[in-house]
Design a protein around this ligand. Structure first.
Ligand SMILES: [Zn+2]
Length: 424
């Protein structure tokens, strides 16, 4: 399993978020926390910052390569992937994602191109048009636009090739593209392989939105359970098993756009899926191994900030419980200290005029510490470099006052990731 773009701060944020909104003890952990063994190195060969392509190449091929490489080495030679090796050894194979099935992570298991932007070519290779033929038995996720010809409205292909037709007619795939088709799979009990299921033109919506559109888009956990059940059924009479890559793809996207509200829901859904896979393995009479890792971190999520002229970091996470709108006199009263004390047992979920079913809301407020600190430091060095002689105490005092003002305004001016996370 791959938690794309998830760093330690994402886990910490999600763990604390759940503790607060569900009124759990501060010792409560995610399922992922209980299975933390270590870290993996996925460094890019040409950058200190690894992208999803170099990250996925590192764990699909076992080789470090350059950013944007899709299972291609720095000398532009393709490298064999673990999925291709499994297929060659007689295993069934699958890919489950919530982004385009042609995006960097899934692409790195079943295709080889110089640049991750070659989505049209990746789609063709994934269905079996590469030199190795068809290596994937099951694909579930988004990214239809690279599979339909540019004569159709939702296409993002440069040509008029219909990859779905090639998949069906040349490589034997069953192709489904909507929720009704997904439901017809009966949670994996009614699948004929190979199967190509693409449920969105590009990304499946963030979980925070998708849960309100569950009649249109399946969730990561639903797709993962369907894939596990289908692949186990398909290999029940074989002495070989299956290889399945499941990606929580959009933790990465939520990090890129500095959206902690979306990010916690993505990590929670990934944690739920991780638990589901563990339960599947425990219930199965076949041996199995679950490996879960991340490729890199995105967004530079920071939960603390060292304030200007202070040595003590302060937390940027302030859980605040708000009473229903029908309690105007107390709305916004902070009921939790910033130390994340457990929700009081006498939860103030109602007031005299609360109507039945009115949700009590907790908001967690974040600000982007790293941006603020960087901008403050940048401004300070810019101003100091303009002083040609030793500054007088009066100049220094003015500078100090200006910097304090800037420190307060910087996150807003910079559009820093300040967000509220509704808990309902
Ligand atoms: Zn990534």
């Amino acid at each position: 399993m791959v938690s794309d773009g998830m760093g330690p701060a994402s886990l910490s944020l999600t763990r604390s978020f759940r503790q607060v909104v569900e009124g759990l003890d501060m010792r409560d952990t995610l399922v992922l926390d209980d299975h933390f063994w270590g870290t993996s190195r996925t460094r890019s060969s040409n950058s200190f910052v690894t992208d999803s392509a170099a990250g996925a190449t590192a764990f699909s091929c076992g080789h470090k390569s350059y950013n944007t490489a899709i299972s291609m080495l720095p000398d532009f030679q393709p490298c064999g992937t673990v999925l291709e090796a499994a297929k060659r050894a007689g295993y069934a194979t699958g890919l489950v994602v919530t982004t385009d099935i042609t995006d960097a992570t899934p692409a790195c298991f079943a295709s080889h191109v110089y640049y991750r932007s070659q989505g049209d070519e990746i789609a063709l290779q994934e269905v079996g048009e590469g030199v190795l033929g068809r290596t994937v038995d099951l694909m579930l996720g988004g990214g239809r636009c690279h599979f339909v010809p540019n004569t159709t409205l939702e296409s993002c292909r440069a040509d008029n090739v219909d990859v779905t037709t090639i998949a069906r007619e040349k490589h034997g795939y069953t192709y489904i593209d909507d929720r009704a088709g997904f439901d017809s799979l009966k949670r994996g009990k009614n699948v004929s392989l190979p199967l190509l299921g693409l449920f969105a033109a590009t990304d499946v919506p963030f979980e925070i939105d998708r849960r309100h559109m569950a009649n249109v888009f399946p969730s990561l956990s639903e797709m993962a359970l369907t894939a596990l059940t289908a692949l186990e059924e398909a290999t029940k009479d074989s002495d070989k098993g299956f290889f399945l890559m499941i990606e929580g793809s959009r933790i990465d996207h939520a990090g890129h756009i500095n959206d902690p509200a979306a990010q916690v829901r993505e990590v929670l859904e990934y944690d739920k899926t991780f638990k589901l896979v563990l339960e599947f393995l425990n219930a199965s009479d076949k041996e199995g191994v679950l490996v879960a890792t991340s490729d890199h971190e995105t967004g530079g999520l920071a939960l603390a900030l060292r304030k200007f002229l202070s040595t003590i970091p302060i937390m940027l996470l302030t859980p605040v419980q708000r009473l229903p709108a029908s309690c105007p006199s107390t709305t916004g009263t902070p009921l939790f200290s910033p130390k994340l004390t457990p929700r009081p047992s006498t939860s103030p979920t109602s007031c005299a005029t609360t109507s039945p079913g009115t949700p009590n809301r907790t908001q967690m407020i974040f600000a982007g510490g790293s941006t603020q600190t960087l901008l403050s430091a940048g401004l300070a060095s810019m101003m100091l470099s303009r002083l040609r002689s030793t500054p007088s105490p009066r100049t220094l005092w003015m500078l100090y006052t200006l910097l304090l003002a800037w420190s307060a305004c910087a996150p807003v001016l910079a559009g820093a990731p300040t967000a509220t996370v509704p808990w309902t």
